[in-house]
Each structure stands twice: as structure tokens, then as C-alpha cells.
Design a protein around this ligand. Structure first.
Ligand code: RVP
Length: 497
């Protein structure tokens, strides 16, 4: 007879934390949110840590280079989506690794033969008023001049006026040499009263623009997740089909860590992929997803550097409806964390686990950590921000952003749902195409989320994630006490009051 679990499988909203004694040592300012990303041995330092316990989902509608830069600047990490050609995924990784705080690759570029009309159209499209004029109109061409709003008067100048007749030519520009530091660039900006300093190489090719405001901006990023060369860290998703071609390209591009992306990771295909990577490359690789002890132990033995937990809990995921597999996210995390702790006791090797999918409220992140997760992966959360790759659409009085699952027809990521064999098609969908409410900038939202996480940890008397995992006390709540948790039995005032 089939095995039937005695306990009900539960999700985050069915739990609450019981406060522990709060002391001076765990005031929000004293709370350390750093956490291990990859496995390490007892008494050794983890070689790759996150500064905040948050990574972004391996999804087309979430993790491109723009989001990866924004998140790494705040201390987290993105895994660039794998459901795209190898070259374009490697390009995204390169763009993150090339990013230098305060040094911006120009996104508004024209040639000397462009017209004032082109300038105005470009300015309206990007919202940026500084335009680099290069020999080929690209961000890395030979710099021939700059155009800012000071160079033309829309009321007087004809729209067909050529850029070469009103730009500030290279000979009159103050520029910085490639290789100068941000503080040197900032000194030049202040000494010459500039708004923008182009950075060029010996051949006059444009590399970056440094804007006056960015220096302060840089100072606001104390949690930035950097490698030993002060470049932002970035991860990338891979699959169990084309890893022999994809992994070398990503490693060449400078990727910091990989993750095998699958809706069901308890498979020999993951072991084969890990075997190949571990015997050919020196790169950390996470694996998953699993929801139980057996799945975790299999991937741990196969060499995974971290293990991702969760099947069917994602907001856009319909795997449970379509295939009838999955487990409540809380129960899955609790069981896998227990197996991880036992594995650590037995082998002295600590394998971090990631709770993936189903985070709806910020406090769910703390619940996942308290249940034993070392970090969480989120999709819906990030899809709402300016930096995610999807379209912002007007809806009623506000805006929404598109968000679609990797198992939807739109993403066509059949490798994520692959069961081996010859078939290379999505026979049925495991995800939906949807909208999420637009929420603005990643940084602004993440700041609020992090302050809520710290407030909860403070209440739980924990100054670090490992302390929270050891000392948290959780309780299952009844459905009526869940109702009690929101505003109830009052008439809510209109928000305008
Ligand atoms: P959420 O944060 O709840 O939006 O969940 C994101 C997670 O959902 C992803 O990290 C992934 O594990 C899962 N996912 C992505 N696509 C699909 C699907 O199409 N079913 N599911």
C-alpha cells in the first residue's frame, strides 16, 4: 500500500511566531541578515554568502541583468533565467559583472547625423536628457560629443537640425580616462562643475558615464554583494539538457554560482548534471526543487552546493492542479531543514536550503527562515518592480506589470518540466500568464521588507538568522485566528481621510 503521511501538509499563513525576550543585542540596528549561499564544512567560513537572505527567481519575467544589478546592490542575488539562448544569458551575466557602481553604460546614444527630432524622441523614450554622440550610435562607439538640454532650444531650432551642428564636441568635453576610481571621477565633476563625466579609453571609445548624483548613491549601498574584484555577484539558472554547452559559456562570462532549475529536482538528470559540472569546473551549483528528506539527501549526496525547496507553491504555478504533486511550503521546508541538520551532524557539511515560491507577506520570509531555510527565492515579489523585464500596463487608476510562469505557454521552458526521453515539448501548461500590481523601485520596497524582517527578528530575540533558526518558536493557527490577525469588527475609514 502507498505510504500516507500522518501530518497535514501546511503553508506559511498557517503559522505565527511567538515572541522571545528582546534585548539590547537584537535591536533592528544590530541584526545581521547575512546568510550562507553554498555548502561549507563545520568550523570553516562559508565561501559565498548573501548579505540579505533573498534571491530572485529563475524566470523570464523576473531575473534579467537590470534586476540582478539592482538586487546585488542591495545585498541579494539574482539567478538569470535559463529559458533563453545561451549567448543572450551569458551576455546578461557579463553586463552584471561589468557593472561598476556609479559608472553607467549610456542608454541614450545617437550619431552626428541624427536630428533634433531624434534627440527629442529618444529623450521622451528613456527619460534621460544626456545623449552620447558616437561614430556608430552605440554605447561603446568612438565618442564624438554630448547633447544635453542646454545644447538646443525646441522653440527656436528646426527639428531637422543635425546633431553635429549643436552638440558639444569632444574637443570641448571634460572626460575621464578608463580605470579612474569613482572618487577621482567625482573630483573632476566637482572641479569642473559638470553634471556628467564620460569615461573613455585611449582610442576615445566611450565606456561609461558618471553622473554627479551617483557618488552619493554609491555610499547608500553598504550591503552591496561584491566579489573579490569589487564586481557585483550574479547567479544563473541551467537545465539538465544543454549544460555541456551552457555551463562553459556562463563560466566564461564570469558567473558566480549556478542553479539547476527544475520543478521536480529529485531526478537522476540532476545527478548527471552535477557530476559533469563538478568534474569539469570549479563553480558552485545549487539543485532542486525537492519537498522532502529523500529528495534533499539524494541531491546532497550528488554534490549540490545548496538545495532549493518547493513544488507548486509559486503564485503563477499550477503544477499541483495539473500533476497532483507538491507539498505545503511550510511542511516541505521544515522536513528538509531537519534532514539538512541531521546531515550536518553526521557529515560536518552544512548545505544551505532555499525556500522557493509562495512568499505572499514579508513576514513569510521570517517564517521560512525560522523553519530552517537559509534564504528565500521570490518571483512575484520582484516582478512588481521597475527593474523587472516585463511591461508596465495601465489598469484602472493605477498600473500593473506582467508576470508569467516558466511552465506557461508564453515562457515555453520545457526543460524545467522535463522528464527525460526524446520529447522536447510542453504537452500541457504548469504555469499561468498574469499581472501583478506595479510597486515602483526595487530598493524602496526592499528597504521596507528588510525593516519588517528585522522588526520580527527583534521580537523573536534573534540577532542573526542562525540564532533565529535555533531559538524561534512557532505555532499553528486556526482559521478563525487567521481572521483575527487582520483588521476586524471595525468599519475601515476611507483611505483619503
Ligand atoms: P512566487 O514567488 O510565489 O511567484 O514563486 C516563484 C517560483 O515559482 C519560482 O522560483 C519557481 O520555483 C516557481 N515557478 C516558476 N514558474 C512556474 C510555473 O510556471 N509553474 N513556477
Amino acid at each position: 500500500m502507498a505510504y500516507i503521511y500522518e501530518e497535514v501538509s501546511r503553508t506559511f499563513s498557517e503559522y505565527l511566531l511567538i515572541p522571545n525576550l528582546t534585548t539590547e543585542k537584537c535591536t533592528p540596528d544590530n541584526i545581521d541578515l547575512s546568510t550562507p549561499l553554498v555548502k561549507f564544512k563545520k568550523d570553516e567560513e562559508c565561501s559565498l554568502k548573501l548579505n540579505i537572505p533573498i534571491v530572485s527567481a529563475i524566470m523570464q519575467s523576473v531575473s534579467n541583468d537590470t534586476l540582478a544589478i539592482a538586487l546585488a546592490r542591495c545585498g541579494g542575488l539574482s539567478f538569470i533565467y535559463a529559458s533563453q539562448p545561451i549567448e543572450s544569458q551569458a551576455e546578461m551575466v557579463k553586463r552584471v559583472k561589468k557593472y561598476k557602481s556609479g559608472f553607467v553604460v549610456s542608454d541614450s546614444n545617437l550619431t552626428i547625423d541624427s536630428t533634433l527630432k531624434d534627440v527629442i524622441e529618444l529623450k521622451n523614450r528613456t527619460g534621460h536628457s544626456t545623449i552620447a554622440i558616437t561614430d556608430d550610435g552605440t554605447a561603446s562607439g568612438k565618442l564624438l560629443g554630448l547633447v544635453t538640454t542646454r545644447d538646443y532650444r525646441i522653440s527656436r531650432d528646426p527639428l531637422d537640425k543635425k546633431v553635429k551642428d549643436f552638440m558639444t564636441p569632444f574637443s570641448k568635453l571634460v572626460v575621464g580616462k578608463l580605470g579612474i576610481s569613482l572618487s577621482e571621477a567625482n573630483d573632476i565633476i566637482w572641479e569642473n562643475k559638470l553634471n556628467c563625466l564620460p569615461i573613455v579609453d585611449d582610442e576615445q571609445r566611450l565606456h561609461y558615464l558618471v553622473f554627479r548624483k551617483d557618488y552619493d548613491d554609491h555610499k547608500q549601498n553598504p550591503y552591496e554583494l561584491l566579489d573579490s574584484n569589487k564586481r557585483l555577484r550574479v547567479g544563473a539558472g541551467i537545465n539538465t539538457r544543454d549544460y555541456k554547452e551552457r555551463v562553459p559559456a556562463l563560466v566564461d562570462a564570469g558567473v558566480d554560482v549556478l542553479c539547476i532549475d527544475s520543478s521536480d529536482g529529485f531526478s537522476v538528470w540532476q545527478k548527471y548534471t552535477l557530476d559533469y559540472i563538478k568534474s569539469n569546473y570549479n563553480i558552485k551549483v545549487g539543485a532542486g526543487n525537492v519537498v522532502d528528506r529523500e529528495g534533499f539527501l539524494y541531491l546532497a549526496e550528488a554534490g549540490a552546493d545548496f538545495v532549493k525547496v518547493g513544488i507548486g507553491g509559486g503564485s503563477i504555478c499550477i503544477t499541483r492542479e495539473q500533476k497532483g504533486i507538491g507539498r505545503g511550503q511550510a511542511t516541505a521546508v521544515i522536513e528538509v531543514a531537519k534532514a539538512r541538520d541531521e546531515y550536518f551532524e553526521k557529515t560536518g557539511v552544512y548545505i544551505p536550503i532555499c525556500s522557493d515560491g509562495g512568499i505572499v507577506h514579508d513576514y513569510h520570509i521570517v517564517l521560512a527562515l525560522a523553519m530552517g531555510a537559509d534564504f528565500v527565492m521570490m518571483g512575484r515579489y520582484f516582478a512588481r518592480f521597475d527593474e523587472s523585464p516585463t511591461k508596465k500596463v495601465k489598469s484602472g487608476n493605477g498600473y500593473v506589470k506582467e508576470y508569467w510562469g516558466e511552465g506557461s505557454n508564453r515562457a515555453r521552458n520545457w526543460q524545467r518540466y522535463d522528464h527525460g526521453g526524446e520529447s522536447t515539448n510542453l504537452k500541457f501548461e504548469e504555469g499561468v500568464d498574469s499581472y501583478v500590481p506595479y510597486a515602483g523601485k526595487l530598493r524602496d520596497n526592499l528597504e521596507i521588507t528588510l525593516s519588517k524582517i528585522k522588526a520580527t527578528m527583534s521580537s523573536c530575540g534573534a540577532a542573526s538568522i542562525s540564532e533565529l533558526q535555533k531559538t524561534a518558536r512557532l505555532t499553528v493557527v486556526s482559521s478563525t485566528s487567521i481572521i483575527e490577525g487582520g483588521a476586524h469588527d471595525v468599519i475601515l475609514k476611507d483611505k483619503d481621510y
